[in-house]
Design a binder for this molecule. Sequence first.
Ligand code: 2DT
Ligand code: MG
Length: 216
Amino acid sequence: SWPTTASRGMFFVFEGLDRSGKSTQSKLLAKHLETVGPVKWMCFPNRETATGMLIDLYLRKKIDLPDEAIHLLFSANRWEASRMIVDELGRGTHVVCDRYAFSGVAYSAAKGLDFEWCRAPDVGLPTPDGVFYLHVTPSEGAKRSAFGDERYENTAMQTRVREEFKRPALKERVAWRDVDGSREVGVIHDEIKATVDAIRLAEQENGHRPIARLWV
Ligand code: 2DT
Ligand code: MG
């Protein structure tokens, strides 16, 4: 595990398909946590870094890359931020993140890459204290605004990714929570807020656990 101080921040991740409400809910949770302390909101891919610029070009279909190569870039994009995440948590800052390694594995495996091969490069990253997987039914998803033009934004791909997100190996030693994302924004937020506040209270009472390494 990563070395930490006695009172570290908590690390929460939002996962799900495109248009599942991750950005909305992660920003609402960040706002809620700001009432108790410093918060850093982040998202993956982070398109601003060196690897992120290549990922952005790939997603906007400006460049092509082999499936294996783009998979490793997505992982490298997280490793670029891993030290910062650990440092922020160590300083007592809560970290809220829109997508993480779970998207990394689910999207690449949905393209046909071997599941265990996909998981390997992300093994050892900081493990979140909670993952909220926002799921919407295909029919609810279809009701939401139309897909954009980026790679993966089509029904066939989303259907395959949905299946990959169900794999138990994705959730091994991970505090994974399925959240019904078909409901109203405020209802979903209240449920997540209650869960997060319970996790925070338990951590305060039992003493903070060190930050574990993902899938180790
Ligand atoms: P956004 O629409 O959230 O910007 O994501 N993706 C994401 C991967 O294929 N691998 C990853 O590791 C991550 C983090 C999901 C852009 C797309 O990139 C996909 C949708
Ligand atoms: Mg998108």
